[in-house]
Write a protein of this length. Sequence first.
Lengths: 221, 137
Amino acid sequence: MWQALYEELKAHGFMVIAVALDSREGDPLPWIEAASPSYPCLIDRDHRLAELYHMVNVPQAVWIDERGTIVRPTEPAGAYEGFRRMDRVTREVPADVARVTADAKAIYLNAIRDWVRLGQASEYAFDGERARARAPRPTEDVARAHVLFKLGQHLIRHGQAEEGDRWLAEASRLHPESWAIWRQRAGVTELGLAAQPDFWERVDALGERRYYAPVEMKGMP
Amino acid sequence: MAILLTATTETVIPDARVEGERLWLSPEELETSTGWSSRPEGLCRGSVCVPIPPGREREFVRGGQIDAAAVWRHLGQPLAHSANGGVWVLGAAAADRAAALRSLEAPDFTLPDRTGRLHSLSEHRGKKVLLVSWASW
C-alpha cells in the first residue's frame, strides 16, 4: 500500500518505515517478499513499537517530522472498517461500502502529500498543543499487558508454548483494545484473519463501537 | 540462574538467585541489565535517585545482593516472571510511557529487517517519517 506513495514522495524528504507486528517465526516474510518494498520493513516479534506508540491494530501510523517530533499521534492509517459489512459467505463488500473504503484511503494519502509539501503549515500536521491533547495515555493494565506479552513470547520461542500462551491470554485480557495482542493467539488460515469465526465474534462484540478509531481528517468516514 | 528481559536487553545471569517473588542479583548485574544501582542516597540511575525508606534496607539489599524485583516494584514499574522463576521481564511504567508520548518526542527504537540488519528511527532524522504498523493478517 505504501510503495507507490514512497516512490512518489521520497525525493521530497519523505520516508516510510513499516513495522510488522508479527511474532510467530517466519510469519511476515512471504508478505515482505511479495511486496518487495524499497523502504525499511522491520519485524517486531515482541511488539516493542506497539508498546512505545500505543498501537493496537494494523494499519496504524504516526507522523514524525524532520526534528523527530510527533505531529500526528497513533491513528488508523487510511483504513475504514467496511469489512464489517462484508457478506460472510461470499466475502463481498457492498459497492457503496467499497467506495467509502477507497475514499478513506485516498483522503489519508492526500493528507500525507499535503504534509510532505507544506510541513507544519499543513492543516493535517497538529501543532504541539493539539498533538499533545491527542497523545495516547496507556494505563497500568496496558503497561502490564506488554510485560506479559513479552514473557509469553519468550517462553513460546523457547519451547514452553503452553505457559507462554497463558501469559498472552492474560495480556489480551488486560489490554482488550489491542487486536495486535489478541491476534497472536488467534487461529489463522491461508484465508486470513477475516475468515475466522473467533475474529467475527470479537468484531461483533464491539457493537456500535468502532474497530478503527475515527481519524480527524476532513471527509473521513 | 535467570534470564532477564528489559526494554532493550536480554541477559543470562548465572549467579542470579530466585526466591519466590524475589530476584537477587549482584549490584554489577543489576546495573548492567537495568542501569539502576544502589548508592548511599538510595536507588539511582544516572542523576535520578529514589530513596529507600529507613528501616527497609534489608528488603532491597542483603548479603551483597540486590532484589531487582523489589527495586522494580519500589519504582512503580511492572514486572513478571515465568512459573519456575527462570525468566523475568522488567517493564516500563504506564506513567513514564504516557509522559514520553505527551512530550511528542518520537521514542526511538531499533528493530531488524528480514535479513537481520538493524534499523533505528533516529537514522531518519531530517526526513518526514510515516511510521506504520502492518502484519500478515
